[in-house]
Design a binder for this molecule. Structure first.
Ligand code: S3P
Length: 435
């Protein structure tokens, strides 16, 4: 079998050990972008050296930011361009990353040169109109050149933008951030209203870099007043809770487990996976909590006596959107029917995660119902191993490997190379925790 394939079987003795999951993906993209615009040099610690975030960092190097050492180990010095990046010499490769492309579009649209961004087949089929619309209202000139309407490659003819107020039609941190990043270059105040609270890493980094930004008490209205100056400021990126989520579920579904995940980001706009798993009966303890711009702590998970089904509430959805495939796996081991609705956004992720999750759960023998906007999983029936597609989606690959850790027989995930877009070192952690 190719090296893109991973096979697991039941972790008969449970999961054990302590690991440190890699740095947060969402924060890493944002640190690269804002650091590249800052005046001066900063030390970046625990950057996520995954393909997605390396692509964003390389793009920033093309714009004139200096990275030393240049090949990006997790810790490096980033020297910014003082809000005056240079035109890129080549088209910008965003790989698989919707976050990279959408956030950078907000910056590139406001710069006085032309640029072009492209991505892999998955990214080239994801909707870009959601960022083009608000940026065009600010005066941006962006053409979606893909074979699929509204999709990448994006040709951007940068120009001076004007502020806007934008009511987001969907709860998307990427759209919110694209508008706010563009707003940094405008004369005056750019504001957004989001229908639900989404991850607030951009806002926290605005504070970290002293960028003038206001946030309403309910977190739904955010504004930035430009043009801004950014002063470089050292930063340490916490571990990615979305990567930790795989092990939170694995240790909750595999009997006799006891694991600790160190220094995981616990941002309240990202931690609903913990809330929901606890509601299902998971035994999760948090210690050593600290806040350094972002809250983080150590998470210990022990196998619970049993898991019970739950309902995931609408307001929780944006807060755990990336964890839904693996939560659905947990639901397959929980007594009763777990319902996850109001999650139509899943259809435009790296794969259509409603269909891919439902297909793979059914292939393992789970009882699942598919809806336009989500799924319902009736758990309790033992799962059996199967050979499954990853659909070139890192979270589908990792999520179903977790299912395989408590299924009869072998579970093989095909085409897992995509795991490297978010979780370098995943195989080593799988090996360390299950042996
Ligand atoms: C992200 C926002 C979410 C999430 C993605 C990362 C971000 O996407 O699914 O993995 O870093 O802003 P949407 O903004 O499309 O909801």
């Amino acid at each position: 079998m190719s090296s893109d394939t991973i096979t697991v079987s039941r972790a008969a003795h449970g999961l054990h050990g302590t690991i440190t999951v890699p740095g947060d993906k969402s924060i890493s993209h944002r640190v690269a972008i804002l650091g590249a615009l800052a005046q001066g040099s900063m030390n970046v610690r625990n950057y996520l050296c995954s393909e997605d975030c390396l692509n964003t960092l390389r793009a920033m190097q093309q714009l004139g930011a200096l990275v030393t050492p240049s090949d990006c180990p997790q810790n490096f010095t980033l020297t910014g361009t003082g809000m005056h990046p240079q035109a890129p010499a080549h088209d910008i490769d965003c790989g698989n990353s919707g976050t990279g492309m959408r956030l950078m579009a907000g910056v590139l649209a406001a710069l006085p040169f032309s640029s072009r961004m492209y991505g892999d087949p998955s990214l080239s089929s994801r909707p870009m109109k959601r960022i083009i619309d608000p940026l065009e209202r600010m005066g941006a000139r962006i053409t979606a050149c893909g074979t699929k309407p509204g999709c990448a490659p994006l040709q951007i003819n940068g120009c001076q933008l004007t502020p806007t107020h934008y009511e987001l039609p969907m709860a998307s941190a990427q759209v919110k951030s694209a508008v706010l990043l563009a707003g940094m270059f405008c004369e005056g105040t750019t504001s957004v209203h989001q229908p639900a609270v989404t991850r607030d890493h951009t806002e926290r980094l605005f504070r970290h870099f002293n960028i003038p930004c206001t946030i309403s008490d309910d977190g739904l209205d955010i504004s930035v007043t430009g043009p801004v100056n950014i002063t470089a400021a050292d930063i340490t990126i916490p571990g990615d809770i979305s990567s930790a989520a795989f092990w939170l579920v694995a240790a909750s579904i595999v009997p006799d487990s006891n694991i600790t995940l160190r220094q995981v980001g616990l941002n309240p706009t990202r931690d609903a996976v913990i809330t929901v798993l606890r509601r299902m009966g998971a035994d999760i303890t948090i210690t050593n909590e600290h806040t350094d711009g972002e809250p983080y702590g150590d998470i210990t998970v022990r196998s619970p006596r049993k898991l019970l089904a739950t309902e995931v509430y609408p307001h929780e959805i944006p807060n755990l959107i990336d964890e839904i495939p693996v939560l659905a796996v947990a639901a397959a081991f929980a007594e009763g029917t777990t319902s996850i609705r109001n999650a139509a956004e899943l259809r435009v992720k790296e794969s259509d995660r409603i269909t891919t999750t439902v297909t793979n759960l059914r292939a393992m023998g789970a009882e699942v119902e598919e809806f336009d906007d989500g799924l319902a999983v009736t758990g309790g029936k033992p799962l059996h191993g199967a050979t499954l597609e990853s659909y070139h989606d890192h979270r589908i690959a990792m999520g179903f490997l977790m299912a395989g850790l408590n299924a009869d027989g072998e579970t093989t995930l095909l085409n897992c190379a995509n795991i490297n877009t978010s979780y370098p070192g995943f195989r080593e952690h799988l090996q360390a925790l299950t042996h």
